[in-house]
Design a protein around this ligand. Structure first.
Ligand SMILES: [Zn+2]
Length: 134
């Protein structure tokens, strides 16, 4: 899977990560989805209601509102973004939620080294996606 990101989106996500540090930042990614490629057209920042540096949780009501709004704009829900004050790899808690969310993309930014990585759960296995920034 290829995750196509726009440079301005990456900037927004980096800024949010720095602003809420050490709490994990989170956002929802919307755009266009085809079989092998997800193109992000819209980033919706969401609050981490746990205010935690190791876990994140978004308000399901806000998720529903954001999805409805994006669908009206012609976008589909592509995936979730969150930051880690640790390497950009899914934690065991992330894996649990990946199972809950299904095959959406998980974009993780490490606030330690600035590394951005994306993952998808396919057949219960974590697969790394290729990120393209334009
Ligand atoms: Zn995580």
């Amino acid at each position: 899977m290829i995750l196509q990101l726009q440079r301005r989106h990456v900037e927004v996500l980096k800024q949010e990560t720095e602003m809420v540090y050490p709490v994990e930042a989170c956002a929802m990614l919307f755009g266009e989805l085809s079989k092998n490629e997800a193109a992000v057209e819209k980033v919706e920042l969401t609050q981490n209601r746990l205010r935690s540096s190791t876990r994140f949780e978004v308000d399901p009501a806000k998720v529903a509102v954001a999805v409805t709004k994006a669908e009206k704009e012609g976008y589909v829900f592509i995936g979730l973004f969150h930051s880690h004050p640790a390497p950009a790899t899914p934690s065991s808690v992330d894996l649990k939620y990946m199972r809950f969310w299904g095959d959406i993309l998980w974009l993780i930014l490490s606030s330690i080294d600035g590394k951005l990585a994306a993952y998808q759960l396919i057949d219960d296995k974590i697969k790394e996606a290729t990120i393209r920034i334009e």
